[in-house]
Structure formats: structure tokens, C-alpha cells
Design a protein around this ligand. Structure first.
Ligand code: PLP
Length: 396
């Protein structure tokens, strides 16, 4: 017997369901709201207080979980001059979306990506002799204008970048490369978020030494840049030609109090709605492992978000969310797609709003609260919100 093509499970219906689910979780009431006006305002505030004339907004890692393309557009609307990404692929996505601003790729991709990088008109960071040579070769093969590159000096972070013993070689190599033009010179702080750390001054001095060395070789790059969010907020003597904030663009602080008088507005709110509500009796246990037992008769609410969405399992019996303008604890083990909260005697019903990160009435749960519960940093919290959670954008 042959099956009619409209039968559920047929190739047709599978194809149809694939087209329909382009918005992941379109029916499940769990979503992240991103206030693009906050991103634009944060960039404007960061730029207004900076000693540098230009600002490069870092939008890598899907705009720190906020959505790379909308975040990039909002940052540009707020006055960002440059964008920065970690990957060539991220830069390609920006270009495919029609974003035309200069984009710096912060690390060297494998040499095989050189063609794609140039096709997308991305600005490469260079530090290894091999990558610099591959780029120079490709640039010369293509003819046309020299490719502007930003040379990264390692001033003490010791992750990627030219080690101090090779600065002169690297500068001479880029200076002599016929396909390349030294447009930028930059470095990166290891401890800018610890304002009293003596290593900040060491790296700042090292960077100035690198700039002086370049000048002594007749190289005067247009853009010297050193400061991440923390440096942008409190190291005004080190801003050079451009600052390079990421986290603060999204309204978060690299360390508590670091923003000082600069008003940053968190752009992200993570919302959901109770999917199910029930009473449980004293002594009854809930969720996988039956690890949480009701100490009294209480109301348990189910929230349709789980570890597959970034509500990490380490929040089991530890995290809190907002319900009725109050903080309520997560009860028991966080599951893949759901978790439970102990609502006590709050008058709740299915459909009531739950805020995972953000404000509700006078109460708030922040990415910093999550970071404290999880022993991590707010950066990892926002980057960890899963792809399955739809992002909805509030206009600037
Ligand atoms: C991610 C990154 C930044 C932005 O850092 P924040 O602390 O988020 O401001 C700046 N520069 C480099 C090289 C980075 O990798």
C-alpha cells in the first residue's frame, strides 16, 4: 500500500514543518527580549566618556548572546565606528546582512580562510609570520589596494599576539609586505577589570613601547587600540585612538561598580510564563532524582525552559526567578526543557509571567546574580543562553 504524500511523517510534511519552525520555540512562551535602544544608548554613553575619538563595538559570539546583526546595527546607530568579531564566519554574517562598517577579526583564522576574509572586506588581525605571509601573498595575487591589517602585540596576556622578543621582526615584516598596510596596532589587557592590579600599568607601558618602536621604524598606524570594556570605563589615559568594549555595550559591568558615573542599561531580559501549576503536599519530592522535597504544602510552578536553553543544571536548588514581582527559588533538578519553582502561597496560575533575567515590578534578577550562583562571570551567562530561545527586539 502506498502512503498519500500528505501523511504526517512524509517527506512533504517534514519539509513543511522545517519551514514553519524557523523561529525556534515560536509557540513555547520563553523568549529573550533585547532592547536595541539600550545598546545604542550604551555605545553613545561609552563614547561620550571616552578619551578616544573612536569606538569599536565587539559583537562576537552572537553579540554576547543578544543577536549579532541587530546588536551591530544598534551599536552603529549609537555611534560605533568599527565592529569586532572573533571569526571570519561572524564577519561574513554581518556582510550578508548588509552591515557595511569596518569589521576587525580579532584572531587569525586558519590560512585557508584568507580568501573568504578578503572577499568579505574584513580587516584581519595578524601576528604569526605564516598567516601574515599567506595574507600578503593573496593580497598581491589579487592586485588592487594594499590590505589594511592590525598587528596584535602581546603585552602580557600571553594568549595570542606577537611576543615582545619578536615585535621588531613582525613590524618590519608587515612594513615590508607589498600587499599589506599597517593600519592598526593593538593589544589586550589581562586584568583591566581589577583596577588596583599593578599588571595594568605594565601592559600599558609595554604597549607604548610597541608604538614607539613602530614609529622608530617609520610606521605610524592610524589606529592604536588597547581598551576592552573595563579599560574603556576606567583607564582613560590608555584609550589611544579607539576603545574596544564588548560587555559594556550590552549594559553589563566587567566588575561591580566599574561603570562609575557612566549609565549602562542592561539590554537583555529573559522571560517565560508558567506552563503548569499544582499543589504538592509536605513530604512530596519533585523532578529528576526526587532531590527536592516540599517542607510544607506548597504551590509548584513549571517553567518551560531548561538546560538545553541555557538554564544550566547547576542552578538546580540554587537559582531564583521572578514571579508576582518576588524572587522564588528553583525547586529540584533543572531538566532539559523545563524547571520547577516553589511558589509557596503566591496566587499563581498557568500563563503568569516568569522573569529569569531582568526586572519585574521592583524586583530584579541579574546576569551577575546568575554568575554568583554558578561561580562564573556575567559574560558566560549571557553567551550561554541557548539558540533555541527566540530573541525578540525592541526598537531603538
Ligand atoms: C572580547 C574582546 C574584547 C571585548 O572585551 P569586553 O571585556 O567584553 O569589553 C576586546 N578585545 C578583545 C581582543 C576581545 O577578545
Amino acid at each position: 500500500m502506498t502512503m498519500p504524500t500528505s501523511t504526517p511523517g512524509s517527506v512533504d510534511s517534514v519539509a513543511r514543518s522545517v519551514t514553519q519552525s524557523t523561529d525556534p520555540g515560536a509557540w513555547r512562551p520563553t523568549w529573550v527580549e533585547v532592547d536595541l535602544g539600550a545598546i545604542a544608548a550604551n555605545v553613545a554613553a561609552l563614547k561620550a566618556q571616552a578619551a578616544a575619538p573612536r569606538l569599536m563595538a565587539v559583537v562576537k559570539a552572537d553579540g554576547y548572546g543578544h543577536g549579532m546583526v541587530p546588536a551591530a546595527r544598534a551599536a552603529l546607530a549609537g555611534g560605533a565606528d568599527w565592529l569586532a568579531v572573533a571569526l571570519v564566519e561572524e564577519g561574513q554574517t554581518l556582510r550578508a546582512a548588509g552591515v557595511d562598517a569596518p569589521v576587525l577579526v580579532l584572531t587569525e583564522p586558519p590560512p585557508g580562510a584568507v580568501g573568504a576574509l578578503l572577499d568579505a572586506r574584513l580587516t584581519p588581525t595578524v601576528y604569526s609570520p605564516e598567516f601574515t605571509a599567506a595574507l600578503d601573498r593573496e593580497a598581491r595575487d589579487r592586485g588592487g589596494a594594499r590590505v589594511g591589517v592590525h598587528l596584535k602585540l602581546d603585552t602580557g596576556m600571553r594568549r595570542v599576539g606577537v611576543p615582545p622578543a619578536q615585535w621588531e621582526d613582525a613590524l618590519r615584516r608587515v612594513g615590508a609586505a607589498e600587499g599589506l598596510h599597517l593600519e592598526g596596532l593593538w593589544s589586550h589587557f589581562a586584568v583591566a577589570d581589577e583596577p588596583d592590579h599593578p599588571f595594568i600599568a605594565h601592559q600599558a607601558r609595554e604597549f607604548r613601547r610597541g608604538l614607539a618602536l613602530a614609529a622608530s621604524l617609520g610606521l605610524r598606524p592610524e589606529f592604536a587600540h588597547l581598551c576592552n570594556s573595563a579599560g574603556t570605563l576606567h583607564l582613560h589615559d590608555e584609550h589611544h585612538d579607539m576603545v574596544r568594549p564588548g560587555l559594556a555595550v550590552y549594559g553589563l559591568e566587567p566588575a561591580p561598580g566599574l561603570a562609575g558615573a557612566t549609565r549602562l542599561r542592561p539590554a537583555l531580559t529573559w522571560r517565560s510564563q508558567l506552563s503548569f501549576v499544582k499543589r504538592v503536599a509536605a513530604g512530596e519530592a519533585v523532578s529528576y532524582g526526587l532531590r527536592w522535597t516540599a517542607p510544607r504544602e506548597t504551590t509548584i510552578g513549571s517553567v518551560p525552559a531548561g538546560y538545553a536553553d541555557g538554564v544550566t543544571r547547576a542552578l538546580s536548588d540554587r537559582g531564583q526567578v521572578l514571579l508576582c514581582g518576588r524572587r522564588v527559588p528553583i525547586a529540584g533538578t533543572v531538566c532539559m526543557d523545563q524547571f520547577l519553582v516553589d511558589a509557596g502561597e503566591l496566587p499563581v496560575a498557568a500563563g503568569d509571567e516568569v522573569v529569569l533575567i531582568g526586572a519585574q515590578g521592583d524586583a530584579a534578577v541579574t546576569a551577575d546574580d546568575w554568575a554568583a550562583w554558578l561561580g562564573t562571570i556575567n559574560y558566560e551567562v549571557v553567551c550561554g543562553i541557548g539558540k533555541r530561545v527566540p530573541r525578540r527586539y525592541l526598537g531603538p
